[in-house]
Design a protein around this ligand. Structure first.
Ligand code: FES
Length: 107
């Protein structure tokens, strides 16, 4: 279980508990948090689950696979350091306290 804070582009914060084994995308979807669309349902085939990870978390997360790296090229204003696809981030206790920020829009 991890407490994850999702911050909408307008600054609205959502702090929720997400079970281990789920993805950060599923945590947003199941809690009706706007700003993560996840059009492909988590198949790493769209980039509409893009977020900016809080800078202190960048090095604590598992490294990106090539597929995630490639799909991020299609995201809205990706940041080389902070951008991640939330469907590729699986929740464990190690993610407790994670903070992510949604982009202005998803494309
Ligand atoms: S939900 Fe489509 S890439 Fe993450």
């Amino acid at each position: 279980m991890a407490k994850i804070t999702y911050i909408e582009h307008n600054g609205t914060r959502h702090e929720v508990e997400v079970s281990n084994g789920m993805t950060v995308m599923e945590g947003a979807r199941d809690n009706n948090i706007p700003g993560i669309e996840a059009d492909c349902g988590g198949a790493c085939a769209c980039s509409t689950c893009h977020v900016y990870v809080d800078p202190i978390w960048v090095d604590k997360l598992p490294a990106k696979e090539d597929m995630e790296e490639d799909m991020l090229d299609f995201a809205w204003q990706p940041d080389p350091e902070r951008s991640r696809l939330t469907c590729q981030l699986r929740v464990t206790d190690a993610l407790d306290g994670l903070v992510v920020q949604m982009p202005e829009k998803q494309i």
